[in-house]
Design a protein around this ligand. Sequence first.
Ligand code: FAD
Length: 287
Amino acid sequence: MKTSALFKQKRVLSFEVFPPKQSGSVESFYSTVEELKDLAPDFISVTSGAGGSENNTETLEIASTIKNKYGIESVVHLPGINLDKKEALKVLDDLKNAGIENILALRGDENPTFTPKNDFKHASDLISFIEDNGDFNIIAACYPENHLECPTAIEDIHNLKYKVDAGTNQLITQLFFDNSYFYDFRERAAIAGIDVPIEAGIMPVVNKRQIERMVSLCGVDLPKKFLSIINTFENNPEALLEAGIAYAVDQIVDLTANGVDGIHLYTMNNPYITRRIYESISTLLTS
Ligand code: FAD
């Protein structure tokens, strides 16, 4: 099923997982998927490193298992930075053969382990290519606080409009901790004529290292309320876990009350935290 169709029926709840870091942990990875399945997400998306075909193969295998064995709709993340057109065609062919209908088309980030190829300089190039070479539902990333490389919010929205005009049917946001960024972004998007559903990406933050990593990678703002929580509970892991879950739930309650199209939970492959959040929000999502 093309996941963009879901938004016509309901407020969508989706989960994001990443492939296991070591090959030995595949079993425990799939037990995580089993637990996530019990929460009946509308779809699960699987990340992929920007390094090229090896990452894509692993992601494809997992997405295919999620769909064909566990019966949950899946989305493959596909960074284009290290693909050429021939390789991209092969990926599309493999996806089609595996019955995968949904692609989150990304540019990806440069990484010391590879030299970027030039066929897909921006995600919009990959989106046009997918649109011309298959019948996929295309999803794209967006940034309520602007992409790190983009100097202004207006320019970032213009670039997002290219992606939507190129064939994107659905958007998922970068994580954020202050909902006002999301509301302002949604308004800018509407003014720019972007009318596809936008899912809010929410990450429950439950340890300090995770926060430091997120800030350095994504440059997201940490609001005062959030910082007080971290500073108060940083040496008490159990309290920080509870506070992190409560903070994410609070964000989702507010987003739901303000008409969000869907919630995309960055699960960090942690079924316990995902379940705790789900138990607090499942009734809201259906209202
Ligand atoms: P783009 O849309 O190409 O944007 C990148 C920058 O270029 C922005 O500053 C934009 O304003 C600018 N730009 C875009 N188009 C143009 C244009 N035509 N002309 C000039 N400037 C332009 N990374 C991974 O490697 N693997 C993953 O699985 C993954 N999953 C993600 C999931 C989500 C929901 C999100 C939000 C991000 C994810 N990322 C992932 C990270 C993503 O690859 C990076 O944020 C990357 O830096 C940008 O990717 P993009 O697709 O948004 O790029």
